[in-house]
Design a protein around this ligand. Sequence first.
Ligand code: ADP
Length: 521
Amino acid sequence: MLTVYDARVRQRDFLLEITRALTAQLDLAEVLKMVLHASVVMLAGEVGLIALRESGASFRVRATLGIDLKHLSELSSYLADLLVNEDGTLDNETLNDQLKLLGGMLNPKLRQSVALPLMVANEPLGLLVVFRQHRGTASVDDLQMLQSFADQAAIAVHNAKLYAQVEQERRRLSAILQHNADGIMILNTQLNIMSFNYALEKITGWKASEALNQPVDRVFQWERKDEGDLSGAIAEGFPFRDWDEEEPLYVQGDLTRKDGSQVSIGITYAPLFNRSGQWVNLIANVRDVTNFRRAQELQNIFVSTISHELRTPITLIKGYASTLNRDDVVWDPQTLHDGLTVIEEEADRLNGLVDNLLTTSKLQAQRQLDIHLDATNLVEVIHRAVERLSTQSSIHQFSLLFPPDFPTVQADQVAIRQVMDNLLSNAIKYSPSGGLIEVGGQFTDDKVIVYVSDQGIGMSKADQENLFQRFYRADSALSRKTQGTGLGLYLSKAIIEAHKGTMWVDSLYGQGSTFYFELPR
Ligand code: ADP
């Protein structure tokens, strides 16, 4: 038997060892094993166990000493019957009954059990039990000693639980951060990048491994800033202490990506404060706003060109109509005729414009145009278009060059007429000094090709590449003067493609252009 002094020294040694294990590692199983070993040795017992409460009320054995593993499932079923009182303590009656049964089952010689609940903040986390051969009840000293170990085990269990929760939370946050569709980064107070998610790699072209620990200004190189400025805001005191009431800082502009290309982005910065109210991090949410900006730009162009385009024919129609309508003048037939012709032409132009707008909005809504194919004599449709448009100019000559056996094709007559109207009116508009406008066709076994050529201003290679885009207008002195929406070629190409055909242009700057389309037979 140990003397009281020896016992105290050993108890202190054990406690030291356990505390060291507690602070050195977060391995719960290891700490529980140590606690149990110390408890059994100090109480001169033979057998011991630690059971922890699982979710709900049930107990599960987490550490054993001197117990044959084959008894484990029985142990668990005895422990399942333990009751927990409302105040969180264990019901002593069931506890004693169950422990007696348990001890008997393990070894009939185990006549005494000493048990203590593991408690943290009144919450029973588990149970520490030591069985021994003495008869009678445990002494106050025994219980005190066991309590000192039980407290250590309780702390370890509590820590492990907290650690598991924190770890779970950390993983959840990291998953949200990493897989968010928006770019997210975290900056420290020196404005160095501490975290950089996958979406940001795509937006900026920088790999996370390259961007981490870099100053934010190095990775985010602005070509142009439209709104907000991080360094400026910080110089003015951002983030303010009562930041919650302030607007988040928003910075928007064009960024130069790592490969030199550009992207429009918007960044929202939100600060993270520590307990004493100092900011420790900025959490930045980065969004690619290129499409949004482009859509806004298109909408602006749309509104301004359309209103401008509508105003011109309306003004002409209104002017001619009210002039011809004057009561105090009698107009000679020629003037009357000329005035009415202008009105008719301008009304036609309005009509064409509205057609183009409707087709554009259909195209935007459905991506592909609906067309109604019929056996179509293209030469006839084209002839009618030329006849109508040739009246609009006295300085152009028109020539039609189709082989006599030019085949009929499956096409949508109304749509093809719209294409021809666009090509012909462009040929007139963009050859202001007149000249020859030639419309012709060729065919092979499986396709027909139609072209419209003019001797006008032509266009640069760069313009040829962009011409078929919505709202695109080549920037020249002439196009600035001439009316246009930049929709005609975009729609014409879409119409031809809906026929499974193609459209392209061939042009020399200053010498004229030829537009081609090809349809399958
Ligand atoms: P717009 O309404 O401006 O004429 P389009 O889509 O029909 O719109 O044409 C787009 C741009 O292509 C025009 O603004 C013009 O700059 C250029 N373009 C079209 N046709 C010709 C042509 N025959 N010759 C020279 N430039 C042309």
